[in-house]
Every structure is written in C-alpha cells, then in structure tokens.
Design a protein around this ligand. Structure first.
Ligand code: ADP
Ligand code: MG
Length: 700
C-alpha cells in the first residue's frame, strides 16, 4: 500500500462538490460510462458516425480562418487519412500536433468540409511501440475544474491504497450469489476490454449488482439502526384507559371498519410503550384515517397528556378542527385552533392556553411548531399528509415535548426512564398519508417507521366513474353540472394548476375568473369560491355553506386537494387535468364518491397531449386503487419526485433504483436484519464504508 498523495485545497473543494469527502468515497465514485481506447482502428476502416481511436503521423498542420480560426491537421496511417479539427486550441496543442508528430486520436468521425474528420478528438503523442491501455477508460461524473485525468489518478490511488475487504460475511454473500466487493469495484473502475459494455452501462453486470446491493444494504442498516435508536429514547407510556376512546366509539354514527380497528390497535399498543412511537398510518383517500387519529389522540388525553395535530394547509387543518370539535364536544374537550392567519391577539391567547396546559388538543398548521409555542405536556404529535412536511419540521415538533421549566406537576417517572437525556421524554408520533407509497418505496425510504395500513374503505361507498373529456366539449360538461345541481346534488369545479413562477397569483386569478363565468352561466345556482388566499373566516364561511348545501357548486383551486369531506358532493370537474400529477388527481377525485349517489369525475383536458400527460390520464382513468396508481407513478417519475423535494432529509440512492431493483431491495432488507443480529461488526464496517461517519477524511 502506498501513502496517500497530498491533494491541493482547490481540488478538495471540487471533490466535495461531487460528494467526495473521504478517500473511501473515491472508491465509490463510479464511472458513468466508458471509452474504449484498448483498440486502434485503421483509418481506412473508419466510417462517419463511428467512435474510434486511430493512430498516425501528422502529414500537414495549419491554422485556417474559415470562417473562424481553426487548427486543421491531416493525420495519415499506412492505409488512409482523416482531418482533425480544433476551434479552440492552445499553442501547446499546436506544438503537439505539428507536422511529423506521431499521434493517437480518439473521437467520433463525421463527414466535414475537408472529408472524413474528427472535431476536438482526444489526442496524445504515441508511437508504434506505445502500449494500449489494458482496460476500458472510465468516464466519471465530474465538475468544472476537475479533469477526468485527475479523477482517474486519485481513484487509482485509492484503489491501490485502501483495503477492499468484503464487509458482507462470506456465507451471506454466497447465499445472495453476489460478486466480491473488491472484484466489483476493481472491475467497474478498470473493466477488461472484452467485457460487454452494454451490461456495464445498463448497470446489469454482476459487479453493478453487488454495488447496488451494498448501497441498499447500507440504507437498510442505517434505517434499522435508527429504529433501534428509538428503543433507547424515552416517551411517556400512554396506556389505554378505554374511557374517552370508548365514549367516542359509542357516539359515532358508524361502526369502525376492521381495517380501522386493526390500525388503532397497533397505534394503541405503541402508545403504551415507554419509547416514542413513529408510525405511518397509510390509507387511501376516504379510508377514514381521521377517526383513527382521534382515537389515538384521546388515548393520550385520557392519560393527561396534550396532543398536537398538524396539517399542511389551513383548509385541511380547519376541517380537522371542525370535525374533532364536533366529535369531542360531548366528551367535554374543546380543541384549540392555531394557524398563521390568526390575529396576533388570538394567536397569543392560543399559545398561552397550550403553554398552561389548559387545552389538551391543539390543531393547526405548521404554526404549531414555531418557536413561541411551548406545550406543557405534549404526549403525541399527529402529522397529516406527512409527505408535505420536511424531515426538519417533524423533528422540530418532536422537541416540543420538552416540558416547560416551571413544570412541577409531572408525574414521577418510572425508574427506567430517569436519567438518559436529562430525563427528556419525546412525544409519540403518528404520521398520516393518503398518498399511498408503493411497498418497495416504503421499504426503502420509511424503513425507520412502522406502518399501519387501512386497506378497506368504509361501507356504502359507490365507486367513482371517471370520464376523460376534451375541453372542446366544455358546453356539455356545463350542462351536466347544471343538471346535477338542480337535482339537489353538489359539485366541485377544480381550476387548473399553473406551473409558473407567479403560479399562486395566476392560479388565484384563474379561479376568480372561472367563478365569475360560472356564476353568469348558472344564475339559478349558488356558486362558491374557495382558494388559498381567502382569509380564515371567509374560507370557513364558504366551506360551511358548501357543507350545508347552501352552495351547490364550489369553484376551488387545488387547495381542496386534501381533506375536504362533503358526502353530498358527487360530481367533480377538473380543468386542465393534463397538467396535474397522478397523486394530485387521485386525491382530488377522492373528494367525491363519499355518499350513496353515483359519483362522476370529469377530467377536462386540452389538446394536444404530451406523451407523459397521456400516460398519466390513462392511468387515472383505468385505476381507482391508490396503491396501484402510486406504483405506476413510481415507474413514470422515479422515487425522488414521488416523495417530493421536501423529503430532502431522506438519503437518496445513487446507484440502485427502487423501481428496478425491487428484488435486490428485498434481499438487502433480509440480510440487514440478519447482519445486525449475527454480524454486528460487519454491519458497522459496512455502514462505515457507505455512510458519512468515516474517519479517513481526504484532507486529514
Ligand atoms: P381520510 O382517510 O381521507 O382522511 P376521512 O377520515 O376524512 O378519510 O373519512 C372520510 C369519511 O368517511 C368521513 O366522512 C368519515 O366520517 C367517514 N367514515 C370514516 N370511517 C367510517 C366508517 N367506519 N364507516 C362509515 N363512514 C366512515
Ligand atoms: Mg384526511
């Protein structure tokens, strides 16, 4: 092993841009593609369009001006000649390419002004006895100021000096039929010339398989470690008292579905443990997550703890507030409402009540986790539509569990909870999502969460019929809306989403204009308008009027995407459906089909449709199951977009792809459990190789 070379600071900075901070990162900086410089092609065999490496003598070299200053060289070998052309060149290049020099040039040939030519080929001095490289030449992801040559040198150095020991125990490696780590990285950095380049570039080669497996394994190991970490953190035990929860269940006008009961049982068990719950409650839109959340909240409250329920939008938070206020009033519980749009005075009053512990349940938007909000005794945090919040925001709420300093009314803690982080107890966390996440994605990105799934809709729902209608037939659609409203049914008219910088303004403008147009078209119908910029009182008034049936047609921007619940609404028109994503369309459509009437969702689209838009509309037309739609979405868009940019705290995969490598992921998950149990040291070394907690910093 050779001593590591000293790397200049400017290079270090550029490497950091590529995510290379440690010498071991160099090993895992793998090529994007390869150039074949292991072979020479006789010039006479070079065809236009072909990438080739040729070797010969510069027969002529001149700087021409036609029309721009250009270095033109004629390169000859024993059987033919071609031109090398450079638009930008240094004097040193000119010297390298002077008449009589022996040159090796690699590039793509084409027919040019002079005949067969290569523009800006890669050139180097080379005679007949200059050896050819023995492996394909890797092309690495690079950044400005960092050349391939520098990267190759650094990586070759790392390959020669770092241990490439396998972190996977031999028995597990054989069972998974995986290549060794050392062979795999060596091969990917220096593939032999006879290898199938397509298998390398398509990343299906066994060496790639091993690397992808290792990456997935590291992800699983770290998430599992996180999960175990949770077992060391303290949370209040909130045992079911069957008091408030039983009252709510008795008061409900419906019976819980089996899926709801099962989900609540799982949550209830978690709450009764002295470690923080971190559970994701997944259920398609309309599956009835709210009542399950309410039961969880009551279990915390009947133990004397406070609960925070947070939603991403004001309308959604307000829906929860109104619903829970009604459900909990007979139980003598009045939730407090907190949102950014409250008047300063009201906000202060709400914050006071939360801090003094005068309210057991706080419902609101992200205003709930702002600094001035201090809970007296927070036991449970419920986050609706959790994917709309960032990881940091959720962490912020977790820390709200810290009791106010003057708090002396705390019950004595059981001995096993004393000490630790100054006796700090975290609240339990329940996250809800109506954006179903396909199994592979959930396994990969939510491995640190437990998941409950409500996979059954409440009875009495009638499936929504979906129709795709070209905007050219708008008149017919208007007639349908009129007829439905006159029959006593209710409808939503959803205005287009606008994907521009001033999107909010334009979306709003559009909704206002549509509202005016529909008011004019339907003088006999009450048309309401809901959008994100209405103030709370106005919004509440419109939503209440729609709920009460006083407003028959509700024009809305995509603010109604989540949570709005009006069972009598059985018709929805979505304008410019072609601009919307699958998850959003599915969410919107879930607003109808909640009552006994047969529901219809009309997706209006504008021709011409892009390929992607056509694919999306076809999926939404053909599928009603949210999980199935999410699976298609994953294939269409990839995991990053599906999870949303906000999930930036989630480690993204560089090499593996959860939609393509599902089998490998299943394997990695099983092996991770086995390694943590039987080979903890190997697991530690594996994480060290793949994760950021290494010690061999480049600048050390
Ligand atoms: P989501 O999972 O989309 O948040 P909600 O909790 O808003 O769904 O529930 C949708 C509707 O179904 C609400 O009107 C709710 O009261 C009703 N609901 C929930 N559970 C049941 C049930 N078991 N039987 C009948 N209706 C139910
Ligand atoms: Mg909901």
């Amino acid at each position: 092993m050779t001593a590591p070379v000293k790397i200049p600071p400017a290079t270090l900075a550029r490497l950091a841009k590529l995510g290379i901070h440690h010498r071991a990162d160099l090993l895992l900086h793998l090529p994007l593609r390869y150039e074949d410089e292991t072979r020479l092609v006789p010039i006479s065999a070079v065809q236009p369009g072909m990438s080739a490496q040729v070797q010969g003598v510069v027969a002529h070299s001149e700087v021409a001006f036609r029309p721009r200053r250009t270095l033109v060289c004629r390169l000859q070998d024993s059987g033919g000649e071609l031109y090398l052309r450079f638009l930008n060149f240094y004097p040193s290049q000119q010297k390298q390419l002077a008449e009589g020099k022996q040159i090796r040039a690699a590039g793509e040939a084409r027919m040019g002004y002079y005949g067969l030519e290569m523009v800006h080929p890669k050139c180097r001095a080379a005679g007949d006895d200059t050896p050819l490289p023995q492996s394909l030449t890797p092309v690495y992801p690079a950044t400005a100021g960092l050349s391939q040559a520098t990267l190759r040198k650094l990586i070759a150095g790392a390959l020669g000096s770092l241990p490439l020991d396998d972190t996977l125990p031999e028995a597990l490696r054989q069972r998974m039929k995986l290549a060794s780590f050392a062979d795999s990285v060596r091969l990917l950095h220096n593939p032999p010339p006879d290898i199938a380049a397509s298998a390398l570039e398509g990343r299906s080669h066994p060496a790639w398989r091993r690397i992808k497996f290792d990456e997935l394994l590291a992800q699983q190991l770290s998430m599992r470690a996180h999960l175990r970490q949770r077992g060391k953190r303290a949370a209040p035990r909130l045992a079911p008292q069957h008091r408030l929860t039983a009252q709510l269940i008795n008061n409900l006008p419906f019976a819980l579905t089996g899926a709801q009961q099962k989900a609540y049982a799982e949550i209830s068990r978690d709450l009764d443990r002295p470690h923080p719950m971190q559970r994701l409650l997944q259920g398609d839109v309309g599956s009835g997550k709210t009542v399950v959340a309410a039961l969880a909240a009551l279990q915390a409250m009947e133990n004397g703890y406070q609960v925070a329920l947070m939603s991403p939008t004001e309308i959604l938070a307000e829906q929860h507030y109104l619903k829970l206020r009604d459900w909990l009033a007979p139980l003598g519980i009045a939730p407090v409402w907190l949102s950014g749009s409250l008047k300063k005075k009201d906000k202060l009053a709400a914050v006071e009540r939360i801090a003094r512990g005068e309210t057991q349940l706080a419902i609101g938007t992200h205003a709930l986790f702002q600094e001035q909000v201090q809970f007296r005794k927070l036991g449970l945090v419920i986050v609706d539509e959790q994917h709309k919040f960032g990881v940091q925001q959720r962490m912020a709420l977790r820390n709200k569990g810290k009791a106010a300093p003057e708090d002396d009314a705390e019950p004595p803690r059981p001995p096993h909870l004393q000490g630790g982080e100054g006796g700090f107890q975290e609240p339990h966390q329940l996250m809800m999502s109506a954006t179903p996440i396909p199994r592979t994605l959930a396994m990969s990105y939510y491995a640190d969460l437990d998941v409950s799934v409500i996979d059954e809709l409440p009875p009495g729902r009638t499936p929504v019929i979906t129709k795709l209608v070209s905007d050219a037939r708008r008149e017919e659609v208007l007639e349908r809306v009129r007829a439905a409203c006159l029959e006593g049914r209710q409808a939503y008219w959803v205005c287009p989403l606008i994907e521009e910088s001033d999107a909010m303004e334009r979306e709003l403008q559009n909704a206002i204009e549509t509202h005016q147009a529909l008011c004019a078209a339907f003088p006999e119908i009450n048309v309401g308008l809901a959008h994100g910029r209405l103030d709370s009182a106005e919004k509440a008034r419109v939503m209440a009027a729609f709920k009460a049936g006083e407003v028959q047609l509700l024009v809305a921007t995509t603010v109604i995407e989540v949570g709005v619940d009006v069972p009598n609404a059985s018709l929805m028109v979505i304008e410019h459906a072609e601009r919307m994503g699958l998850a959003q369309l599915h969410q919107l459509r879930g607003r109808i089909g909640r009552g006994v009437a047969r529901s219809l969702c009309v997706l209006l689209y504008q021709q011409p449709l892009s390929e992607l838009a056509r694919a999306r509309l076809k999926i939404i037309y053909e599928n009603t199951d949210g999980f199935e739609i999410a699976r298609h979405d994953l294939l269409l868009r990839g995991p990053g977009e599906l999870l949303g940019a906000r999930q930036s705290g989630v480690p993204m995969l560089r090499f593996a792809d959860v939609s393509e490598d599902a089998a490998l992921l299943e394997g990695a998950r099983a092996i991770a459990d086995e390694m943590l149990r039987d080979f903890p040291e190997a697991a530690r070394l594996h994480l060290q190789r793949w994760m950021a907690n290494r010690h061999d910093y480049l600048h050390a």
